[in-house]
Write a protein that binds this ligand. Sequence first.
Ligand code: GDP
Ligand code: MN
Length: 400
Amino acid sequence: MLFFVALAAVEIIFHAKTFAIARPAQNLDPPFYVGCQNPVLNGADRANATFVMLARNRDIGGALSSIRSVQDQFNHNFHYPWVFLNDEPWTENFVTQVSDLIAEYDANAIPVFEVIPENMWGYPDWIDRDKARSSMDNMKAQDVPYAGKESYHHMCRFNSGFFFDHHALLPYKWYWRVEPSISFTCAITYDPFVEMERHDKRYGYTVALWEVGKSVPSLFRKIADWKASRSISTTTLWTAMMQPSYLPWPLRSLAAWLPYHDSSGDSWNLCHFWSNFEIADMDLFRSSEYRDLFHYLDQDGGFYYERWGDAPVHSLAAALLLRPDQVHHFAEFGYTHSPFQYCPWTPTPDELQHGGLVPSKADRKGGHKNAKYLGCNCKCDSKAEVIRPTCFNRLRQTVM
Ligand code: GDP
Ligand code: MN
């Protein structure tokens, strides 16, 4: 008996060890620049890039404040264009106010206001609407954020599978997603698009955090099954998003039926990149692999029967389709999207050893005696909660 217990324990330890991440010999994802630059203008070397904001007419106040923040902190030096997308026709008020604000910074700018075509927003015909409605009501009763709102599901599906095909974005390769009511809390004095291109990065984020598990019970299983069916090899970033099962071998696979477990019974740790800020290469999403993945997920119906967000879809796709060093953390961009903020932080050598990039809990409010800002002229938000370090530390192990 004791022998079998010992054997099981050894097997569990070996199994868990297969989830350890071999850390690279050097930092594969350092910041492009540290501190303030004398804006690094690259002359003719500009990227084929645009800002994109999805908004409703009633988001006008938040839209204006986000645009002001982006223009003040970055774009008054760089003059990238703006594209605004809406599922409904824009009001004259929205168009006028936004155009006037952008013109204050750049008299020559021509912001684009576009409507999303019906085939990109709304139920596809294979969705059972009664089943969708009752799932939404159930999720709402369980307090899954926004799950009761049909339009939120359409939005997540659009941002997962369609924005990059919108005709207003087709001319561009790179986008920087901006939402209403966000702010950048440091100056950005270099061109992140150009640096992404130069360093062979494809997807950039500022915040990594946990997903609300109840919004995605079957998403990870679906994506893991797709990965297996397409024989996609496992990257360290995929592994970093997982948590090994500590059940003994024969029991382990029974756990496969639990939420966000794969067919072997190991699970997603729910860590993902927050997609309300993204700078990424749309060719990632326009690739046949991503289209195949999105189509597979879309057929399943989980955008409606559950409340799959575009953030976990983008993140798990990046973990599958990119090398971990093609994913960039904008460690020097201060960023607030209520209720959280990311505030640039220089870890101590010891914290760095452990992948630390954000203050440990004790230091989050008061500052750290060895702290030094990575960013430029940061004025971090005094109100928003500083994001916890766990997911950053886990995901960053793949590159540093
Ligand atoms: P949260 O970030 O998950 O709390 O959700 P938000 O309310 O910020 O929505 C995410 C993004 O989608 C924002 O850019 C919103 O403006 C946009 N959005 C959400 N719902 C709709 C909608 O029904 N229509 C349009 N046009 N935009 C939407
Ligand atoms: Mn938002």
